[in-house]
Design a protein around this ligand. Structure first.
Ligand SMILES: Nc1nc2c(c(=O)[nH]1)N[C@@H](CN(C=O)c1ccc(C(=O)N[C@@H](CCC(=O)O)C(=O)O)cc1)CN2
Length: 278
């Protein structure tokens, strides 16, 4: 057996063409060019790269981006002020606050200050709650991108046992809620899980969302599982060790080229959706 490769890069590229057409349609209807505001606090090189990738994706689909780059010393109050201004800006239809922010900032307070109709990255407590209850809300970008990828490849979820390793507010927790909403039986593992190998071994669908290089060992994963790796570490390493997996699992996401491009695509897609609602 050779695993089906869940090619997020290719899917994101083809979806960008549709998004470009959707943006064109908005413009011919006399609408304004949709704009995504990106906020980067500090100078972490990886975060700067991710923000630049998002700005580039905006350009490829014909959208504007409004870049706000703030110094490392920014306070919570200063960041809240910037978010307030972007909330009030009629030209901005989506706001992205790049995670992580420097330690002196109350990140949760700043995420929650983003207006719900501009929360296209799905980071607010309100958006998470609505999504978890099955109500209309933008999903957190990485899990939303993963769900789009799984649906595109017709991966069955209903009645399957999904194991999510990681419980962060913008990845593990919303991922678990989305899989539950798709009628999977969901187990969430985390740093205090005492029998991680046993839990992983029960997964029909495994999502690595823990942010530690190759924490999840290939030998724990059962034959025929669907393996989704949301980790991205230097050297093209994910959260899941891949040795020998391609020969025995049903499907897997590559790193790079799997979940990462779908994260950006989900953000852009939800920004276009927000523009369409205006
Ligand atoms: N506000 C947010 N902050 C963060 C998020 C998020 O969704 N919202 N996610 C991550 C980082 N991230 C986007 O911000 C991200 C990381 C990696 C990729 C990606 O496409 N990676 C490539 C490889 C990278 C490379 O070529 O350099 C891949 O996997 O193919 C996209 C987005 C944390 N912060």
């Amino acid at each position: 057996m050779s695993a089906l490769v869940l090619d997020g890069k290719a899917l994101a590229e083809s979806r960008e063409q549709q998004l470009h057409a959707a943006v064109e349609a908005l413009l011919t209807d006399g609408g304004r060019k949709p704009a995504l505001a990106t906020i980067l606090v500090g100078s972490d090189p990886a975060s700067a790269t991710y923000v630049q990738m998002k700005v580039n994706a905006c350009g490829r689909v014909g959208m504007e981006s409004v870049r706000v780059d703030l110094p490392q010393s920014t306070t919570t109050e200063e960041l809240l002020e910037v978010i307030g201004q972007l909330n009030d800006d009629p030209d901005v239809c989506g706001i992205l606050l790049q995670h992580p922010v420097p330690p002196q900032i109350d990140e949760r307070a700043c995420f929650d200050a983003i207006a719900i109709d501009k929360d296209v990255d799905g980071v607010t407590t309100q958006g998470y709650g609505l999504m978890a209850m099955g109500e209309d809300a933008y999903g957190s970008a990485t899990p939303a991108g993963i769900m789009t990828l799984l649906r595109y490849y017709d991966i069955p979820l209903e009645g399957k046992h999904a194991v999510v390793v990681g419980r962060s507010p913008i990845l593990g927790k919303p991922m678990a809620a989305m899989l539950l909403n798709a009628n999977a039986t969901v187990t969430v593992c985390h740093s205090r899980t005492t029998d991680l190998a046993d839990q992983v071994a029960r997964a029909d669908i495994l999502v690595g969302a823990v942010g530690q290089p190759e924490l999840i060992k290939a030998e724990w994963i059962k034959d025929g599982a669907v393996v989704v790796d949301a980790g991205y570490h230097p050297g093209g390493i994910g959260d899941i060790e891949k040795t020998g997996l391609a020969e025995r699992v049903a499907a897997l996401t590559p790193v790079p080229g799997g979940v990462g491009p779908m994260t950006i695509n989900a953000l852009i897609s939800q920004t276009v959706e927000s523009a369409q609602k205006r």
